[in-house]
Design a protein around this ligand. Structure first.
Ligand code: ATP
Ligand code: MG
Length: 373
């Protein structure tokens, strides 16, 4: 099939959305995508399914980067050599029509910041909905702090990652034209480029899954340790839920461990709880990753970062500082004056075999998420 025929087919496929998307460019021969201008003059690219199939070697398992709550993600190489990450949204969850899907893609494409992963475009093929992102060479933060990676991240790199995440979140919450609550801030959603600059991934994804609660309940177990109590129990969602998750992530980066680790002695299993105990005993630097202790770190910066984490983990959402303040605190632009309250944590953790039923168990078992003793 010639390129012109292929292009024609893609154009025909999108005729339905012609009222919304006015196509004014011919295809980008290099990448195999077509560019559209949306109503407010922002470009989005629509990739031909065959091109993505080729780029990912027919969605081969060897190219599978991972599989989250929205569907599998594959590494791909376009004809021009550009690397991409191809996310196939799960069909049973994303029931969105073509037009609605394109509206959301346009919105997400328009949200750009150096600490947010760039959405390059999408693909619609029958019921398939695919998102194409820039490929991040060092994949995601979980591989370094939860995985078996031998690569050691020094304090400078970790601080760069912490600050970058904070700036990305500040942009989403306060500076972008759309106010966006991420909902799923966690280590696997922090992607790292070749220089270990962090970029937040998966923001705006909830837009493709109109039934928010369905997404929450299927993903709940894996993300529980990051979830703010008011969101976990009462479904109250605001920027403050992201700020809570950021606090958990901050501790994970400093300590180089998962927030919940059932293999550890019981008092150490839940990181915020353990960190608070150590903090109360004035031994807070004991929780720092031993490899970081050996290598050396800037004590003042680490203390400040831990203090910020505790501010983010406070039980009442309104006490948690906004991201702009967090950035200012981390960079010592403003003085730390607040003493954090004891973090909110759920006082019973699910065992592995209970995790699937976790949201049900929580709502049945707890009247309050907060231990206030
Ligand atoms: N743009 C990208 N560049 C490189 N690797 C990526 C990219 N996007 C995702 N990945 C990799 O693919 C894996 C799976 O991502 P995915 O978002 O599907 O799952 P998740 O983050 O674990 O869960 P969730 O669905 O809740 O976000 C990630 O852990 C990451 O390592
Ligand atoms: Mg993800």
């Amino acid at each position: 099939m010639t390129d012109t025929i292929k292009e024609q087919q893609v154009i025909e496929k999108h005729n339905e959305s012609a009222d919304l998307m006015k196509m004014i460019f011919s295809s980008n021969q290099q990448s195999g995508s077509m560019e559209f201008f949306s109503g407010n003059l922002r470009t989005i690219s629509c990739f031909d399914y065959q091109i993505l199939k080729k780029a990912t070697k027919n969605f081969h398992v060897d190219n599978l980067l991972g599989s989250g709550g929205f569907g599998p993600v594959y590494q791909g190489k376009l004809a021009d050599g550009k690397m991409v990450a191809v996310k196939q949204l799960s069909l049973n969850k994303s029931q969105q029509g073509e037009k609605e899907f394109l509206v959301e893609v346009t919105t997400i494409t328009s949200i750009q910041h150096k600490n947010l992963v760039r959405l390059l475009g999408c693909c619609i093929d029958g019921p398939q909905r695919i998102l194409v992102y820039e490929y991040m060479k060092n994949r995601s933060l979980d591989l370094f702090i939860h995985g078996n990676s031998d690569q050691f991240l020094d304090w400078r790199t970790r601080f760069q990652i912490i600050l970058g995440i904070a700036r990305g979140l500040q942009y989403l919450h306060e500076d972008s034209h759309q106010r966006i609550v991420h909902r799923d801030i966690k280590a696997s959603n922090i992607l790292l480029d070749d220089k270990f600059q962090p970029k937040i991934g998966d923001f705006g994804l909830a837009r493709f899954f109109p039934e928010d609660q369905a997404y929450l309940s299927t993903q709940f177990a894996g993300t529980l340790g990051y979830t703010a109590p008011e969101y976990a129990i009462r479904g109250e969602l605001s920027e403050k839920a992201d700020i809570y998750s950021f606090g958990v992530l901050l501790l994970e980066i400093i300590c180089c461990r998962k927030n919940t680790e059932h293999t550890l002695p019981s008092e150490m299993q839940y990181l915020p709880e353990y960190a608070w105990k150590v903090y109360e005993n004035a031994r807070i630097l004991d929780i720092v990753d031993p490899r970081l202790q050996q290598h050396g770190f800037v004590e003042k910066d680490v203390m400040q970062a831990i203090h910020v984490a505790f501010l983010c983990l406070q039980p009442h959402a309104h006490l948690r500082p906004p991201m702009s303040e967090i950035v200012a605190l981390l960079t010592f632009k403003i003085e730390m004056v607040t003493t954090p309250m004891r973090p909110a944590f759920l006082d019973r953790r699910p065992r592995k075999d209970e995790e699937k039923d976790c949201s049900r168990a929580l709502s049945q078992t707890f009247t309050s998420p907060i231990c206030d003793h």
